[in-house]
Each structure stands twice: as C-alpha cells, then as structure tokens.
Design a protein around this ligand. Sequence first.
Ligand code: COA
Length: 336
Amino acid sequence: MQSQNKKLRNAVITAVGMYAPEKVMDNKYFESIVDTNDEWIVSRTGIKERRKMENGATSDMAALACEDLFRTTNVKPEEIDVIIVATVTPDMFFPATACLVQDKIGAKNAWGFDLSAACSGFLFALQTGASLIEGGSYKKVLVVGSDKMSAITDYTDRNTCILFGDAASAVLLEPTTDLNYGIKDSMLFVDGAGKDALNMKAGGSALPSTEETIKNKLHYIYQDGKAVFKVAVKGMADISYEIMERNGLKSEDVSYLVPHQANLRIISATAQRMGVSEDKVMINIDKYGNTTAATIPLCLTEYYRAGKVKKGDNLILAAFGAGYTWGSIYLTWGFD
Ligand code: COA
C-alpha cells in the first residue's frame, strides 16, 4: 500500500515494447495432437491461437522485447539503472534471467533480478520498480514480463496445453513530479494455501529432478482448472472493484481495464463487477493465449501502438495467478 500524500514523485511508464515468436499454434493444431476442438477452446477460454518460441529461451524473448522498446525512445540501454524480469520460466535457476538480459541488451550500468509471481508477476514487478523510482535512488527501471510456457507445457494434457503461449513485453519506468500521471495505487496479495491448485512440482529443492520425476511428468504445469477458476474470478473482480472504490473512481473514470489474459470468462466477470463496458477492456487472449507474466504489458503495447491509449487515460491493471498471487494497480498513462 502506498501513502499517496507523502509522495514526491510518481513512477510513470514512458516506453513500451514487445516480442511474440513467429510460430503460431492455432486450435486446429491442438485438434491434431489432443482430444479437443476449436469450439470447446474458444467458448471456454476465448483462445484461438498462441505463439511458440522454437529457438531461444526466455531471456532471448525478453531481450527482443527490450530492443523493440529502445527503438521507440531516446533512452539508451547503458542509461538503465535496474532490470526486473518477471518470469516462471527462467533460462536456468541461476544466474537470474535479468543478468542474461542485461548482457544481451548491453545495459552495462544496470543491476537487476528476477521476480517470481506467476501470472501476477508483471504487477508485482511493476510495483517493485515503481517503489525504486519513488524512493529517489533510481531513474530508469526496465520492467519485463517474459515466459516461455512451451518449455513447461505437457502437450499430451488437453487440460493445460491449449491455454498457454510464449511471449515477452517490457515497459520503461521513469520518475515524474507531476503526480497527475504514473502509478498511483496498488493492492497486491499472496495466499500460499493455494499452492496445490497450480504448480510445477519437480526440479526445485523439494523434489529435485530424477528419472522418477521425469517419468511422472512432474516438470510440467499442473492445474486444477475448476478450483483456480473459482478463486480467480472472485479475486480479480473484487480487487479491481476495491482499487476503484478506494481511489474514488467511477466506471466512467476508467479508460481501460487491463486484465491478465487467462480466460475470457474471468475477464468478463471482472469488467462486469467494475461496471466497465467491453470496449474498455484490453483483450488479446485470442491471439496469444496465456503468456503468464507477459500478458499485461503485451496488451499495453498493442493498444498503445494502435493509438487507443492516450495521455491522461486511467488504467486499472489486474491479475490472478499461481501462489495464489493476485492484485491490481491503478495508473494514469503519461505519454501520447
Ligand atoms: N478440450 C475438450 N475438453 C476438455 C479440454 C479440452 N482442451 N480440457 C478439459 N476438457 C474437459 C474436461 O476433461 C472435463 O471433462 P469431464 O467433465 O468429462 O471431466 C470438461 O472438459 C470440463 O472441464 P472443466 O475443467 O470443468 O472446464 P472449465 O469450464 O473449468 O474450463 C479451464 C477449464 C482451464 C479453461 C478453466 O477452468 C480455467 O480457465 N481455469 C482458470 C485458469 C486460470 O485463471 N489460471 C490462473 C492464471 S494462470
């Protein structure tokens, strides 16, 4: 929670960038590998296709998203102070993916770290980056959401394989003393009691990799879809409504809801609770599926580049994910 009246500066997004791999996996493709069909996938999830990174890792996608961002700003990689990479699919346990990205983009004066909060990762990273800027010590923070979900997806499990895709997206945070713009409020939560409903069980210190863990497919995403669906609907809808309420925002004051893209039905329920009409909801789940930490900045980048986001627009970002983790951020867009 932030105490707004004591702030000397806000962190504001000043540039955006994205990378989506070229290879498209449409619903027809999944009909050919598991017992499913296009109608089921579209009606239950809203997904029509997703992308797959065939050659390269999470850090490669992240670096490409950052390079895309740098093409649109005068800021140079060597001016970056901090790189935060939100991901659940790091290239390896260590070093952190942020280190690999730092090297790939030539951000030679930056430090950085990875942040693991699954589908809420971008929101947690954005608030962390904002706090570093608000504290006054850092002026340029790159916040990246990058996930190569195909690396941990079991393509024989129809319950999960149709949901996820690969992508990366990045935003640049800088300080502004005009408190009308930038990140104004955040409400972020975890509840570790949700750990059994959505996880990847093996490969960590609890269950190191063995022949047995591989045989039992414990290095893939496990999800109890129904259980997660129930808490995700409530979690995302409630938090988005609460952040509006505590900032005195009416539905007509909200320019866009920017929801994590896990399921169109969860997104619709959130918009309904906020009283926000469909045309004010950023959606690209049909094209990319659930790209975990990348969904929200991917939406921001695409809508901004389509000329749909303007300086002064009030955005409510909202996410729910494994952990459980969930939250919402209220910001006012700071550039045209
Ligand atoms: N194609 C066809 N049928 C499928 C299928 C697929 N790809 N996947 C599952 N089914 C079947 C199930 O086996 C089940 O069959 P059964 O009733 O014979 O057992 C039936 O469809 C209904 O499954 P269910 O899990 O109840 O579907 P659902 O309506 O809950 O939708 C999800 C499944 C995964 C789309 C949905 O639960 C969901 O989106 N969950 C939350 C995801 C989320 O927000 N995660 C957090 C962030 S990552």
